[in-house]
Design a protein around this ligand. Structure first.
Ligand code: HEM
Length: 308
């Protein structure tokens, strides 16, 4: 995860003046899924990955629309992308099967190999893979995008995140450890507060005045002591038997990404950037959230360019 996030930020953020955050976070979550869930190494052709990511997003557009298979409907438009996606996954399954037969892989290598060893039929593996990709993609990308937006608008919270993250700065190439992630308490509180505000389907629960005073205000302190949050008042990951199984995966992905974003870059909303957003249940910022970016060289962490 650490290497994938760094590779992505080096390729898409380092040295850039302006970045559209949401598309970039979508390609980050797509790359992380490909590498960590499906075992497709990031050493492959980047152009092929970008093309697959674009295809996947075309397919995603048809998910929350009325399934009318008529010419020019959003649903009809997404079907070819869905078919191509399924064919690509079928190809990956055959590669994994061949690797397994040659004794070159084990069930713990990736999810596809695991499902093959469990004896799932190909169609079922494809359904599961497609579902996992859908569940893991926009959710974490939205969280990261809106966390960046909230930190830009709430400089006190940003200063606290920055202070917490600087404490974790490593030697070049040294990855964050589990212990480091466990100590990113304020950063994760800011992420939970972002989820509380962002998932519009849960407004009645997560904006309850009796539980969250001034519910529209971004205040990560609400989550600094997780045991103080009343049971069932925060349900961004669902609950009960169908609670999100990717919860911990999303936590690691968010913390690792935020660590490198906060310690390696300074940002502010680009001049003239439209800060509005739309969409349901997950919001999409207008223009993808354009930010002006400054890349920090090592030792240049407290910048006067964007005063805190
Ligand atoms: C910020 C990120 C995420 C949020 C807010 C989120 C939220 C949710 C929610 C609300 C549910 C529905 C629970 C229910 O039906 O009661 C769910 C289900 C699910 N999520 Fe996540 N999720 C996130 C990331 C992920 C990731 C990264 C993965 C995979 C690596 C994932 C995999 C799944 C799966 C497979 C289900 C279906 C579980 C089932 O039906 O039993 N999610 N998620």
């Amino acid at each position: 995860m650490d290497a994938e996030v760094r590779r992505h930020l080096d390729a898409e953020w380092r040295g850039r003046g302006t970045v559209a955050v949401m598309p970039s976070m979508k390609s980050l979550t797509f790359d992380v899924m490909c590498t960590l869930i499906f075992g497709l190494g990031s050493d492959g052709d980047t152009a092929v990955r970008r093309e697959r990511s674009t295809e996947f997003q075309k397919m995603m557009r048809g998910l929350s629309v009325i399934p009318l298979d008529l010419p020019f409907t959003a649903f009809r438009n997404c079907l070819p992308a869905s078919r191509r996606g399924r064919r690509a996954v079928a190809g990956v399954i055959e590669e994994r099967r061949a690797k397994l037969a040659r004794g070159e892989s084990s069930p713990t290598d990736d999810v596809v190999t695991h499902m093959l060893v469990e004896g799932l039929p190909v169609d079922e593996i494809i359904d599961n893979v497609m579902f996992l990709m859908i569940a893991a993609h926009d959710t974490t990308a939205s969280l990261l995008t809106f966390l960046i937006r909230h930190l830009d608008a709430n400089r006190d919270a940003y200063a606290k995140v920055l202070k917490e993250e600087i404490a974790r700065c490593k030697e070049p190439g040294e990855a964050l450890s589990w212990d480091d992630l466990g100590r990113m308490r304020y950063t994760w509180a800011a992420a939970l507060e972002t989820l509380r505000l962002v998932i519009q389907a849960l407004n009645l629960t997560q904006w309850d005045l009796a539980v969250f005073p001034e519910p529209g205000r971004f205040d990560p302190a609400r989550f600094e002591n997780p045991s103080a949050v009343l049971p069932f008042s925060f349900v961004a990951f669902g609950g009960g038997a169908r609670v999100c199984p990717g919860n911990n995966f999303a936590t690691v992905e968010t913390l690792v990404a935020m660590h490198y974003i906060v310690t390696r870059f300074r940002w502010k909303l680009a001049a003239g950037c439209d800060a509005s957003f739309s969409g349901f249940p997950l919001p999409y910022p207008s223009q993808g959230l354009l930010i002006d970016l400054q890349t920090c060289s090592r030792g240049f962490l407290v910048s006067s360019y964007y005063p805190l």
